[in-house]
Design a protein around this ligand. Structure first.
Ligand SMILES: NC(=O)c1ccc[n+]([C@@H]2O[C@H](COP(=O)([O-])OP(=O)(O)OC[C@H]3O[C@@H](n4cnc5c(N)ncnc54)[C@H](O)[C@@H]3O)[C@@H](O)[C@H]2O)c1
Length: 249
């Protein structure tokens, strides 16, 4: 098993890509803390994975004190921490920057960007104690290309690419690696909401990818397993792009 004995703290873990990552990590032998603002669902999913394998944590990633407390709780529970996954993100209204409300801009920065900063900030000490570690920030192909009406979201995802590089350089001597994982359009509730339903999302958004379809959460989680495991031991400060060719057009 590729993550045998390791433990992970995963934000946005109650559904979608975060949940698929939690499941894949457990399958590979890890124990996981599923942290999410939807604490009930995080707890429910943790029970499904098994009380010896997972705990659910209720957490708003924009709240620094809460992030520190949740990460400390997970590290105490498992006795160590090896992997951090910052996956929580909000959606922004599909409008131009001129029409975007300041509150919506602030929410995107607070959750998508500051949330990742706080997870890294409060998790690094635990990873250092473990002797090494892997930090995975979930970005997006929208960190490299843009989409009309999504400037705030794209800005946060582009920022994560730079954040991972900075963390990688600052903590290479601690044995800590930091990378982004950038999915293309992936079949989750996020896209059902954005397009009205999943069939419409697949029909309208799938063909924007050269592979002609949306990604599956398991395909993205497989990338997270690679970044978390020692198989990626020579990889830090870069981006793993899993986008069905979206940004190759
Ligand atoms: N689905 C896609 O097409 C796609 C594409 C590229 C990148 N991504 C990125 O992948 C990640 C996961 O995407 P997804 O589609 O699974 O998303 P999703 O919307 O299904 O899940 C996001 C999770 O984050 C949680 N969350 C939101 N705000 C939070 C907060 N303040 N504190 C803690 N948790 C919070 C939600 O409750 C939810 O469980 C996100 O970072 C997203 O931007 C997704």
């Amino acid at each position: 098993m590729r993550l045998d004995g390791k433990t992970a703290f995963i934000t946005g873990g109650a559904q979608g890509i975060g949940l698929a990552t939690a499941k894949a990590f457990v399958t590979e032998g890890a124990r996981v803390a599923i942290a999410d603002i939807n604490g009930d669902r995080a707890a429910q999913e943790a029970v499904g994975l098994g009380s010896d394998k997972a705990i659910g944590v209720s957490l708003d990633v924009g709240d620094g004190a809460a992030v520190k407390a949740a990460i400390d709780q997970a590290a105490n529970h498992f006795g160590r921490l090896d992997i951090l996954v910052a996956g929580a993100a909000v959606m922004t209204p599909g409008v131009s920057i001129e029409d975007l409300e300041e509150d919506d801009w602030d929410a995107a920065i607070r959750v998508n960007l500051k949330g990742a900063f706080l997870v890294a900030k409060h998790g690094i000490g635990h990873l250092r104690k473990s002797g090494k570690g892997s930090i995975i920030l979930i970005a997006s192909q929208m960190g490299r290309v843009a989409w009309a009406g999504s400037t705030a979201y794209c800005t946060t995802k582009g920022g994560l690419l730079q954040m991972a590089k900075g963390i990688a350089l600052d903590h290479v001597s601690d044995g800590i690696r930091a990378n982004t994982l950038s999915p293309g359009g992936t079949a989750t509730d996020r896209l059902s909401i954005k397009f009205g339903d999943m069939d419409t999302a697949e029909r309208e958004w799938g063909p924007k990818h050269p592979m002609g379809r949306l990604g599956r959460v398991e395909e993205i989680a497989a990338g997270a397993v690679y970044l978390a495991s020692d198989e990626s031991s020579f990889m830090t400060g870069t981006d793993l792009l899993l986008d069905g060719g979206y940004s190759a057009w």
